[in-house]
Design a protein. Structure first.
Length: 207
């Protein structure tokens, strides 16, 4: 059933034991979150792929030692930021930037962003971490609803297998489950009423 979710812990244990299918399911769950974090550093496409590969490699190396598999989203965010900064501070220092190079403007400067930008980025990461806890069809549906421009209901139905008439009810159930996910609840609890209002606004935009 759509509502039955394989626990992340079970996926981690299976992947650590060499189950390739379990590993692929983990990657599918957390790839949007990883991409979101790396994009925040304005890396080029090839650089983003390099950093992502490094993060996945780090995760493989630590799968069997993770004491709390449910903490994988926060682990991915931390390692992705660390590896992105490391890439910026090493790889780019080894070559000069050519202003005529089309990729030149994509070079990121690690600087302090305005508070609102930081809060928005953090909220988005929390939502993606929460999405990773959802059943696959619900996760795919909400990610499609985040796409700009948003696909038609007919296209969403074709991609997800959800009948057009069931998209609305499925979206409502998915949003409620997202609000009850551990990453979102933890964020709301840690940020208090003011910050949680912003988070609820971001969740509401999916509806």
């Amino acid at each position: 059933m759509e509502e039955d979710v394989s626990p992340v812990t079970a996926l981690v244990v299976a992947a650590a034991a060499g189950d390739e299918q379990a590993w692929c399911r983990l990657v599918d769950r957390y790839a949007p979150l990883l991409a979101c974090v790396i994009r925040g550093f304005r890396l080029t496409t090839s650089e983003t792929e390099d950093v992502a590969q490094t993060v996945w490699l780090r995760l493989v190396e630590h799968l069997d030692s993770l004491q709390e598999p449910q903490a994988i989203p926060r682990w991915i965010i931390t390692i992705a930021r660390r590896e992105s900064i490391r890439y910026l501070s090493t790889q780019r220092r080894l070559r000069p930037n050519d202003p005529l190079d089309p990729q030149y403007e994509a070079v990121a400067v690690v600087a302090v962003d305005p508070d609102e930008g930081l809060f928005r980025t953090e909220r988005h990461e929390v939502l993606l971490a929460g999405l990773a806890d959802l059943p696959q069809r619900q996760r795919e549906l909400l990610l499609l609803l985040l796409t700009d421009p948003q696909p038609s209901y007919a296209e969403i139905s074709r991609r997800t297998g959800i009948p057009v008439g069931s998209i609305g009810p499925t979206r409502a159930r998915a949003l409620e489950r997202l609000r009850r996910s551990d990453p979102v609840k933890s964020y709301v609890a840690s940020e208090g009423t003011e910050s949680s209002g912003g988070e609820r606004h971001d969740v509401a935009t999916l509806g």
